[in-house]
Design a protein around this ligand. Structure first.
Ligand SMILES: *Cc1c(COP(=O)(O)O)cnc(C)c1O
Length: 363
């Protein structure tokens, strides 16, 4: 299917009156309220991508023998539509999401969604559900593109039929600016990704693997879990769904390198680029959990933050593990955390001129 892709449109029969939509938009729990439509595109081996549609949001016809339900061929993306200060709607680096989805799909032996299909599905959904992005500058609408194996076959091999779908959910105050610094749990017992595994692919299986660690974190009264490397359990990798940065007293920023078990976050990449442009020295280097504790005690680590599309840039204050607790000194979020969050959001909300191709207007 060559771009531009035409999405056949079937409008939801009973559109929500605006006051009902406004009520649903009033602080929904994240990921529980969905807009009225979804984009869907099918793939079959030999036929390729076909049957692009925008249709009413609703249950998918899915055989209980669909291979995704048995062998987990599922990959996804997460991106937002941003309402700018000027009242426009725009995406932030959607080409990077499209590229990452292709890489994730390749790792799970799934067909790559062409970039034109990815962007076309996002644009078609937004065109149908634009009313779900409030007019107030600073509003966002979270988009969840995903790809699943739908072939009716429980033979253990890559499926030959797939569905690509995009749904949208209003994020409410999930990780809104002013979110207090997080308390994190360093997980010793479980890892999320191993060398040669799927850690760099954005797939549901990684999240399933991370949930035991996240549950342990919640039990210890923590907001998020920090995973260590699988081989030595010594090196900090990332959170369950966010990358991590350390800010040192000499002004250096450090984040673990992309060695295959860390998800290549688009926010991570944007923070690295913006920090460099602002004159920070940035390092993509391995960092030991004991070094973190020692550097925090010595006052060398001044700030720690997590980043991702949902959290943007959110400070980490307290670190717990079975071995005890320590805090990152100083107020959190610290000045560098705030500076970089602002730098990212200024671009997302159209307050400053973006680097080339970082924003994509929606009509
Ligand atoms: C999606 C994700 C991130 C953040 O990626 P962004 O592109 O910045 O949203 C980080 N870690 C994991 C495990 C993820 O799934």
């Amino acid at each position: 299917m060559s771009a531009p892709v035409v999405f056949a449109k079937q409008t939801a029969p009973d559109r929500l009156p605006s006051h009902r939509r406004a009520a649903l938009l009033r602080d929904p729990a994240f990921g529980t309220v969905f807009t009225e439509h979804m984009s869907t595109v099918r793939y079959r081996e030999g036929k390729g991508w076909h049957d692009a549609r925008v249709e009413p949001f609703g249950p998918l016809p899915l055989s209980p023998a669909s291979s995704v339900l048995h062998y987990g061929q599922e990959v996804f993306e997460g991106l937002k539509v941003y309402r700018t200060d000027g009242g426009r709607a725009q995406l932030f680096r959607p080409d990077a999401n499209a590229r990452r989805l292709r890489r994730s799909a390749r790792r799970l032996s799934m067909p790559e969604v062409p970039d034109g299909v990815f962007l076309g599905a996002v644009e078609a959904l937004f065109a149908a559900d634009r009313d779900w992005l409030p007019q107030e500058p600073g509003s966002t609408l979270y988009l969840r593109p995903f790809l699943i194996a739908t072939e009716v076959c429980i033979g253990a091999r890559p499926a030959e039929e797939y569905l690509f779908c995009v749904i949208a959910t209003p994020p409410g105050t999930h990780f809104a600016a002013g979110t207090p610094a997080m308390t994190v749990w360093i997980c010793d017992g479980y890892t999320r990704a191993a060398p040669g595994g799927t850690g760099a692919a954005k797939c549901g299986g990684n999240y399933a693997a991370a949930m035991a660690g996240q549950a342990e974190a919640a039990e210890a009264g923590c907001d998020q879990v920090v995973f260590l490397d699988a081989a030595e359990r010594a090196w900090v990798e990332e959170l369950g769904g966010m990358n991590i940065f350390f800010v040192f007293d000499d002004g250096t920023l450090l984040t673990p390198p992309l060695t295959g078990s860390v998800l290549p976050g688009i926010t991570r990449d944007s923070v690295l680029s913006l920090a460099r442009a602002r004159g920070y020295r940035v390092a993509e280097e391995p960092y030991r959990r004991d070094q973190w504790r020692a550097d925090a005690a010595a006052g060398r680590v001044r700030e720690v933050f997590a980043c991702g599309t949902a959290a943007v840039v959110t400070g980490i204050g307290t670190v717990r593990s079975p071995a005890g607790e320590f805090t990152v000194p100083g107020p959190a979020p610290g000045p560098v955390t705030v500076e970089l969050r602002t730098a990212v959001e200024d671009i997302q909300f159209g307050r400053v001129e973006p680097p080339e191709n970082w924003t994509h207007p929606l009509r």
